[in-house]
Write a protein that binds this ligand. Sequence first.
Ligand code: ZN
Length: 69
Amino acid sequence: MRDDIVLRLDRATAEDPYAAFYEAGAHTAAGAAITPPTIEEAARLGNPLRDLGHALGRRCSPYGDHAQR
Ligand SMILES: [Zn+2]
């Protein structure tokens, strides 16, 4: 399927997007509060979020720190 998006994450890295999806999805569905990520978790989400955005064709700010990638 040509339009698929595939992200390859090592197991440890995959834990952070999983936790974020779980918080946003399951807690919202249940009407429960979303627990904000720790600073460290939020920082670790940056790389997979960037990669997903790039895979979807989004462009970063030309002033972003990884705009040349
Ligand atoms: Zn970018």
